[in-house]
Each structure stands twice: as structure tokens, then as C-alpha cells.
Write a protein that binds this ligand. Structure first.
Ligand SMILES: [Zn+2]
Length: 263
């Protein structure tokens, strides 16, 4: 039996896979990560590995659907990010038993150590989990495509979190959506480059006179966005918040303009 079991759960996610990965870590007294829904496959993994801990990478709706189902099993300790207990409770309806902070470890019944790596940005309460040389990375990256940093996200912190993952030099990453990432370095670097390139395009759009989010979406994305316009608009707003915080632009939530230059 492998220490880490990945169980894809069908969910109403905006990720193109149409599924969210739940993970069970450890072979006994195991930890359940992101129970996104209740399925027979997840039931049997939980049973077989006698789950004793429940943790989340973050509390977005496509990661939490069956927290209540599994949290109420006897002997399960529910852990939440120490600074986001209320958010956890609102998202899951479950009051956490204990809390997690950066660097804290859980140890499963078979001595698998799971160490918390705070990685905000995709969501404010996002955590990754180090298991040996591997990392469970939630929605920080996927093997294909990119993840959304939307209205509750923070792009500067997201990029810092990707840098933090790179510095840990993981042998393999287990994402919240899609297959394991066997070569993390090029995938994480690709995502950092992708955001920097998008930022250049957003800034170029503002400098060329685009004043609204819709106009910037039209200018900064060349692909056909039908069906995902709202996600693109969220992504552009995240870029605008970052650029405004860095003083590159001024944005009042409606109109965008380049910051006046005195010299
Ligand atoms: Zn998410």
C-alpha cells in the first residue's frame, strides 16, 4: 500500500478536470485531505486506512463537500488553519477541534509525518502539506493549464507561495485537480512565467488606454473566452489589485488609469 492515495471526486469545480482530488495520507491512523464529496472509493480508503485526521488545503466550495460526512466519524480530529477557524466553520458547518500553523506536523499511526506549509494567494487560508520529499499542493498548481487567482485571492502572495514551493524542491507534487506533477520545477516555473506574462499584458492594456476590466480582458486575452468571461474578469481584477498596490496604476474598482508620473 502506498503512503499517499489519490481519490478523484466529481465536483462542480471550475477546473477543467471536473473533479477534485481527495487524498488519504498514511496506511493507518491516516489523514484525510480535501474530502470534496462522499464516494464509495473514498469511503473504502477512509475505512481501510482508519482515518484519524481531517485537514483541508483551503475552504473553497469544490474542496469541502463531504467534510461533515467524514468529520463526524468517531475518532476523527478536525484541523483548521489557526487564523481562519471561522472561515472553516462557515464553509463546512463543522467546528474544528484543533488548529494548524506553519511548520506544525501531524503524524499518522504508521509514522508518516505531514508538515504544514502556509501558502496563501489562491485563497487566503491556503496550506500545502509536505510528506517526505513530496508535497500536497492544493490549488497552487496543476500539471496542465493554470489555476485561478480570483476575487478572494492575492497574486503577490500567490507568486511568493510558488517561490516557496520551488525552494522546497519537491520530488513530486500532488495537486487538488488532475494527475500528480512528476517534475514540479518546470511546472511551477511555467506558472510563475505565465502570471508575469499576463501582468505585462494587463499593464500594456492599461497603458494603451483600456479603462475597464472588460476592455482589459478583451485586450489581454486572445483566446476565445466564451463561458469563462467571469473567471477572466476575476483574474484581471487580481492583477489590477497587485499593480495598484505596487503603485503602477490607479484603480477605484471601476476606472483604471496609469499612475501619473511627475518626472
Ligand atoms: Zn480553490
Amino acid at each position: 500500500m502506498r503512503a499517499i492515495a489519490r481519490i478523484p471526486i466529481p465536483t462542480a469545480t471550475s477546473a477543467p478536470t471536473g473533479a477534485t482530488n481527495a487524498y488519504v495520507v498514511g496506511r493507518e491512523g491516516a489523514a484525510l485531505v480535501d474530502p470534496a464529496g462522499r464516494t464509495a472509493a473514498l469511503d473504502s480508503a477512509v475505512e481501510e486506512r482508519s482515518v484519524e485526521h481531517l485537514v483541508l488545503t483551503h475552504t473553497h466550495p469544490d474542496h469541502v463537500g463531504a467534510v461533515a460526512d467524514y468529520a463526524t466519524r468517531s475518532g476523527v480530529t478536525v484541523w483548521a488553519h489557526a487564523r481562519y477557524r471561522d472561515r472553516f466553520e462557515r464553509a463546512t458547518g463543522i467546528e474544528p477541534d484543533r488548529t494548524l500553523t506553519d511548520g506544525k506536523s501531524l503524524v499518522t499511526g504508521d509514522e508518516v509525518r505531514i508538515t504544514v506549509v502556509e501558502t496563501p494567494g489562491h485563497a487566503p487560508d491556503h496550506l500545502a502539506f509536505a510528506v517526505g520529499s513530496a508535497l500536497l499542493i492544493g490549488d497552487l498548481a496543476m500539471a496542465e493549464g493554470s489555476v485561478l487567482v480570483g476575487d478572494d485571492g492575492d497574486l503577490s502572495r500567490y507568486l511568493a507561495s510558488l517561490d516557496r514551493l520551488l525552494a522546497l524542491d519537491p520530488s513530486r507534487c500532488y495537486p487538488g485537480h488532475g494527475p500528480p506533477i512528476e517534475e514540479p520545477e518546470p511546472t511551477l516555473s511555467r506558472l510563475i512565467d505565465h502570471r508575469r506574462e499576463r501582468e505585462r499584458r494587463v499593464l500594456a492594456a492599461v497603458r494603451s488606454g483600456c479603462e475597464t476590466v472588460d476592455a482589459i480582458v478583451d485586450s489581454a486575452y486572445e483566446k476565445d473566452l466564451s463561458g469563462v468571461e467571469e473567471l477572466a474578469a476575476q483574474a484581471v481584477r487580481a492583477h489590477l489589485r497587485k499593480l495598484a498596490s505596487e503603485g503602477e496604476i490607479e484603480w477605484d474598482g471601476e476606472r483604471v488609469r496609469v499612475t501619473a508620473n511627475d518626472d
